[in-house]
Design a protein around this ligand. Structure first.
Ligand SMILES: Nc1ncnc2c1ncn2[C@@H]1O[C@H](COP(=O)(O)OP(=O)(O)OP(=O)(O)O)[C@@H](O)[C@H]1O
Ligand SMILES: [Mg+2]
Length: 327
């Protein structure tokens, strides 16, 4: 009796369905409410799994393609009764002998919006910083290079040594200007097309080599097309942070970016050959690693940080692909 009221009044969605056909044996009101139903009557008459869970790029909720699993846990997109989209944490158990599936559904739409907002604000800040860098330091350096040139022209007798030194200063200032421009471009707004990830990764590697003196190479094992431009852009930003971290922190200029398809998903690995991540207590608190994690979640993927100690650090991001990859 107590268990029944616990089931009915729980603040999270609970359901029991038949293994065959996935027809409902029971569900509580929280489950119906998460999907936008106002009453259990309308829920039981109108609900179908396809209507709420069948979303482009998302597999069946009870997809057991990974073998003999009897439990599942995943974050899924939902389409509510009014057509708006949301996110749920979806976990379930399958009882083959008794022939049913039960599960818990938690609405995480607010959490997802918050995560999106954190990443959006961080991108806006990055773009603003890029513009400021271009408009302030960039202009000052342009002015300084111009003054060096003017000085060479105005030197009355042009002693060779002075002319050479001013020329060297002018070259250095121009080099700094070039680096500031590259940095500003790296920070600027970017939208990567779903099929454009590889060419952007190649540009990223070239830029890391030119500006930061890295030795970064891209190895694409297969052609990778992402679900949409948003996913491709997040994946690019993950690579960018991982490459910058490798060059800034690893102590070795060598970095390898690998792009491949593994079973039904895409995988990007950014690997360096440096000293590896320091222990948590001696590690400065940046936001790069956390942002990579958030971005991976936003594209419906996952991220693993593999610390190989003295043999380097590795960022492995797994992400869903567009349907055309299967062709
Ligand atoms: N490839 C790497 N090799 C060695 N140490 C690393 C590597 N990547 C990250 N770290 C360590 O982890 C710390 C946290 O990285 P994170 O990217 O979160 O911050 P950050 O790079 O210091 O600053 P930012 O917020 O600008 O990214 C770094 O300060 C560094 O000590
Ligand atoms: Mg960083």
């Amino acid at each position: 009796m107590k268990l029944i009221s616990l089931f009915e009044n729980a603040d999270v969605g609970l359901f029991v369905i038949a293994l065959k056909g996935h027809k409902f044996i029971n569900a509580n009101f929280s489950f119906a409410r998460i999907l936008g139903y106002k009453s259990m009557e309308s829920f039981f008459s109108d609900f179908t799994w396809e209507k709420h869970f069948s979303i482009a790029g998302q597999s069946d909720p009870f997809d057991l393609s990974c073998g003999n699993v009897t439990t599942g846990y995943r974050e899924m997109r939902i389409c509510r009764v009014d057509g708006t989209m949301g996110w749920v944490n979806f976990s379930f158990g399958i009882y083959i002998k008794t022939g049913y599936i039960d599960g818990i559904v938690v609405d995480i739409s607010d959490l997802k919006s918050l995560e999106q907002e954190i990443v959006r604000i961080s991108d806006l800040e990055r773009e603003k910083f890029g513009r400021d860098l271009h408009d302030t330091l960039g202009q000052t350096l342009t002015g300084t290079a111009f003054l060096c040139r003017a000085l060479i022209h105005r030197l009355p007798k042009k002693p060779a040594m002075i002319e050479e030194r001013v020329g060297q200063i002018e070259n250095l200032v121009n080099q700094a200007l070039d680096q500031a421009r590259h940095l500003a471009h790296g920070l600027a707004y970017i939208e990567v097309k779903p099929s454009g990830i590889l060419s952007h990764l190649k540009k990223l590697a070239a830029q890391a080599n030119a500006v930061f003196g890295g030795d970064c190479k891209v190895k694409a094992v297969s052609k990778v097309v992402l679900r949409d431009a948003e996913s491709a852009t997040h994946l690019y930003r993950i690579a960018q942070e991982a490459v910058h971290n490798a060059i800034k922190h690893s102590g070795s200029p060598k970095v390898e970016i690998r792009l491949e398809i593994n079973a039904e998903t895409g995988r990007m690995t950014v690997k360096d050959f440096g000293k590896g991540l320091p222990s948590r207590s001696s590690r400065p608190r940046g936001i790069g690693l956390q942002l990579m994690r958030l971005r991976a979640r936003l594209i419906g993927g996952s991220i693993r940080f593999v610390n190989r100690r003295e043999r380097g650090f590795q960022v492995v991001c797994t992400f869903p692909l567009a349907k055309e990859n299967a062709k």
